[in-house]
Write a protein of this length. Structure first.
Length: 80
């Protein structure tokens, strides 16, 4: 099974160099030090989550296809 992971830097002084790892298909988020740490944390979280779901006879969502896109909003609209 494959899942897309969206990474973004944590914007907090005490977490310099950390990244959030979002797994949209499963609605899960974790974090780790650096990109590799965040991906490792995501791997561990997804494996534990899938194991728990299966242990309770629940279905595990699969990702059919993922796309990442960006939109821009004018600074003036954001009050900047």
């Amino acid at each position: 099974m494959r899942y897309s992971v969206f990474l973004e830097p944590v914007d907090e002084p005490d977490f310099e160099g950390y990244y959030y790892a979002h797994i949209p298909t499963l609605d899960l988020t974790t974090h780790g030090s650096g990109v590799d740490g965040a991906l490792s944390a995501a791997q561990e979280l997804v494996e534990a989550w899938v194991t728990e779901k299966r242990a309770h006879g629940e279905t595990v969502p699969t990702e059919a296809k993922s796309l990442i896109a960006r939109i821009e909003v004018a600074d003036a609209l954001l009050g900047l």
